[in-house]
Design a protein around this ligand. Structure first.
Ligand code: IPM
Ligand code: MG
Length: 356
């Protein structure tokens, strides 16, 4: 296969973890006789510095024309005081919208080699393996109207959390389909005791569920689901939820592997190129110090192979390589080992595993 990948390294540790992911991708290409043609483009703070906006039109065009889009991270203190429309994060949100990737898959599990690193007791976290399916292009992140004004001399800020039934049904459908390849359980997370959008969410998810009688559906309120993710993480299979709740719960799910550095993501759904990025963000405090964990990015590249390019065997090879390296005790600083491996060292070890 020849595939074109648009690479958006972005800010902070984004470029370092992208390097690691790219090396492992090229190792897979060599082993399975594929060719991944990678072209780099600007996004986030790096784009603001270079051309004055977080998502240049040239980047959008290149991403639309690629077979898959791979992103490092965006954001950092340098750009924090810019107006909302010119923040690095705005570039990422606009890209998700432009690609129409409404379904964000964020798997989190307790890696046997890392049980020690989890803040949860081994007997609580062991066996936990959850697939968070986060709606990615709706809800309060995008709803209009939004903004600021002032009323009676007081500053006021507001946004609109809104979902229509189509937005809910299409992501629910994908979540149920994914559950069919797993343990056939979907937990739909909402705040139906308070929010109108959540009441519609629950209704529509129930309607979609009728087409998946072999999948067991339960509903849970987001506050108690957050608690359950800590107390009984192994009781989840697929966790389906809206954009903002999914953002929060997917970071919380870092307590399963013991570091957000191990969490990958895939954003899909539109039929066009998918967007693949680690969950961790730009981590400006450790940027440029060869300290970042590239595993989240490498596992995101594996998700790109699986969900973006249809290369299941290759994806498994990459995941098995990461697992073997972790089992071999090569751990970056975020896993708090006695002796930490660097970003480059970890990636090189994964490359060696893939090469066999
Ligand atoms: C994530 C991030 C983004 C989000 C930010 C950087 C806009 O937190 O991908 O989880 O909120 O979606
Ligand atoms: Mg987040």
């Amino acid at each position: 296969m020849i595939a074109n990948v648009a690479l958006l390294p972005g800010d902070g540790i984004g470029p370092e973890v992208c390097d690691g992911a790219l090396q492992t991708l090229q190792a897979v290409a060599a082993r399975f006789s594929h060719e991944f043609r990678v072209q780099t483009h600007l996004i986030g703070g790096a784009a603001i510095d270079a051309v004055g906006e977080p998502l240049p039109a040239a980047t959008v065009e290149a991403c639309r024309g690629a077979d898959a889009v791979f992103l490092g991270a965006v954001g950092g203190p340098r750009w924090d005081s810019l107006p909302p429309a010119r923040r690095p994060e705005k570039g990422l949100l606009a890209l998700r919208r432009a690609l129409g990737v409404f379904c964000n898959l964020r798997p989190a599990r307790a890696w046997p080699a890392c049980l020690r690193a989890s803040p949860l007791r081994p007997e609580v976290v062991a066996g936990a393996d959850v697939m968070i399916v986060r709606e990615l292009t709706g809800g309060a992140y995008f709803g209009e109207p939004r903004g600021r004004d002032s009323a009676q001399g007081r500053r006021r800020a507001f946004e609109t959390g809104s979902y229509d039934e189509h937005e809910i049904a299409r992501v629910a459908r994908l979540a149920f389909g994914i559950a069919r390849h797993r343990r056939r359980k979907v937990c739909s997370v909402d705040k139906a005791n308070v929010l109108e959008t959540s009441r519609l969410w629950r209704e529509v998810v129930c309607e979609v569920a009728r087409d998946f009688p072999d999948v067991q559906l339960e509903h849970q309120l987001v506050d108690s689901a957050a608690m359950r993710l800590c107390f009984a993480p192994a009781s989840f299979d697929v966790l389906l939820t809206e954009n903002l709740f999914g953002d929060i719960l997917s970071d919380q799910a870092a307590c399963l592997p013991g570091t957000v550095g191990l969490l990958p993501s895939a954003s899909v759904g539109a039929g066009g190129p998918g967007l693949f990025e680690p969950v961790h963000g730009s981590a400006p405090d450790i940027a440029g110090r060869d300290m970042a964990n590239p595993a989240g990015a490498i596992l995101s590249a594996a998700m790109m192979l699986r969900h973006g390019l249809g290369l299941e065997q290759e994806a498994r090879c990459m995941e098995a390589a990461v697992e073997a390296v972790l089992a071999g005790g090569v751990h970056t600083a975020d896993l708090r080992p006695a002796k930490a491996a660097g970003t480059r060292e970890f990636a090189a070890a994964v490359v060696r595993e893939i090469a066999g």
